[in-house]
Design a protein around this ligand. Structure first.
Ligand code: GLC
Length: 435
């Protein structure tokens, strides 16, 4: 990679300012020890009361999130590879066991029903039954299965997983891409995994006080409007109440499809997913890339209005291996490495600092509006490596490490000060082990 003068300057300035981080040696053993303690502490095992089905998974947080969340579970499995591959496998076997005959996999499964009532007192979850949510989360599962298969070479595990994955990625194509442009759509903010991102404010009718209470109130309105339609994906999307072609979700979708393609090898099933991955990548570039702003924006509504707010979503296509080089370069130089957008002391903030709504402090539940999250740092540092930007990826890994070292495994962190916020002993922050 040849760095332009602007980029060279940014990196050199960064190294000067944060020299202490560069010279601090990482203590891999101690972080593995801490991660093991935390992940074992969050481990939930047993048999479900209603049907004696066995479960084995790491919950995001015993206090705040005591159930199995979809993309958290994928990240936990990848972190567990560095601790105990059998645990990593069991985590995904449990997640895969939640798939429906239709292919759908829910974003939350309430394995321990006795904890559900308390949780639902302060959280809103779309449900048409008591056991699981009726919504999705970013489709990271094929990538997680591929990583666990690579680590174990367990062919039985792969053979059991593949039909479920085929069903799930077909479900996404068949039920979540009504205009058949290759981009899948989400029906409510939590499906994006970055729930209260300011990019959803307009569509959610957020005005006046911007806080979690207002968000929940608006979300409740959406749920009420959806109530008669729940269970019918087509009507939910046709209602156009909240219909987002989300760049983060679609980038992870392409990443998952690519893993599925590799795992399917020479199976005759592979062609349909090669087509899906191509189509989605082309649509991200053809429809979401904004030539003038030189970044990617989500499309809102069946009208596909670009939502021009700069958040981490804009950077997420970096995880796509064959993203054209000039787009990669613009994304890195104009946005990621710019102190006016994402290059803060502890990158990568969830929203660009240039956005009026950027807020770096403790958001009290109104999440994804500024603080740094380690799952995003993991996605993007791996993406950067795949495009040859190893030095920047190393930098993100070392600042992420510093966050954990100083503040522990927190849910998210202040990008200026490194202070930790949200849940403590938060599962996916152990993904640092894979960075
Ligand atoms: C929050 C996050 C979501 C995550 C969940 C459990 O709702 O926004 O992405 O899956 O917590 O950790």
């Amino acid at each position: 990679i040849i760095l332009g003068p602007g980029l060279q300057k940014n990196i050199s300035k960064y190294i000067r300012t944060h020299n202490n981080l560069m010279t601090t040696g990482m203590n891999r053993e101690s972080i593995i020890k801490d991660a093991r303690r935390m992940l074992l502490g969050n481990l939930r095992t047993g048999k479900r009361e209603c049907d004696s089905k066995e479960f084995f998974f790491v919950c995001p947080s015993n206090q705040d999130y005591p159930f199995q969340w979809f993309w958290d579970s994928c990240l936990h499995a990848i972190a567990l590879i560095h601790i105990d591959v059998d645990m990593a496998k069991k985590e995904l076997i449990t997640l895969l066991s939640t798939a429906h005959p239709s292919g759908f996999i829910p974003h939350i499964t309430f394995w321990e029903s006795e904890k559900r009532e308390e949780f639902l007192k302060h959280s809103l979850v779309a449900m048409d039954n008591l056991a699981y949510s009726s919504t999705i989360q970013p489709p990271l599962i094929a990538y997680a299965v591929e990583r666990v298969f690579e680590a174990t070479n367990d062919k039985r595990f792969l053979a059991d997983a593949l039909p479920i994955l085929v069903g799930f990625y077909r479900w996404l194509r068949d039920f979540r891409d009504p205009d058949k442009d290759g981009l899948i759509s989400i029906i409510q903010p939590e499906e994006s995994g970055i729930d209260c991102s300011p990019k959803f404010d307009d569509k959610m009718g957020m005005s006046g006080t911007l806080d979690n209470k207002t968000f929940i109130r608006q979300l409740k309105k959406l749920y009420d409007a959806y109530a008669p339609l729940r269970g019918d994906e087509r009507s939910l999307l046709d209602s156009n109440l909240f219909h987002f072609e989300d760049v983060l979700v679609n980038s992870i979708y392409v990443q998952g499809l690519r893993s599925l393609i590799r795992m399917l090898g020479d199976s005759p099933l592979v062609d349909e997913f090669v087509r899906d991955a191509r189509k989605c990548t082309d649509a991200l570039i053809g429809k979401c890339w904004d030539e003038e702003m030189e970044t990617f924006f989500d499309l809102s509504g069946v009208e596909e209005n670009p939502v021009k707010i700069v958040t981490v979503s804009c950077l997420m296509p970096l995880i796509i291996e064959d993203l054209p080089e000039d787009i990669v370069r613009k994304t890195v130089e104009r946005y990621l490495l710019s102190p006016e957008h994402f290059w803060l002391k502890y990158p990568i903030p969830s929203v660009s600092v240039s956005e009026e709504k950027f807020f770096s402090g403790d958001p009290h539940g109104f999440i994804w509006r500024g603080p740094t999250w380690l799952n995003i740092n993991w996605f993007l540092s791996r993406g950067l490596r795949s495009h040859g930007y190893h030095e920047i990826a190393d930098r993100i890994a070392s600042t992420s490490y510093k966050l954990v070292e100083r503040a522990g495994f927190r849910e998210y962190y202040n990008p200026h000060t490194g202070a930790g916020y949200g849940a403590r002993d938060f599962g996916w922050s152990s993904i640092i082990l894979d960075m």
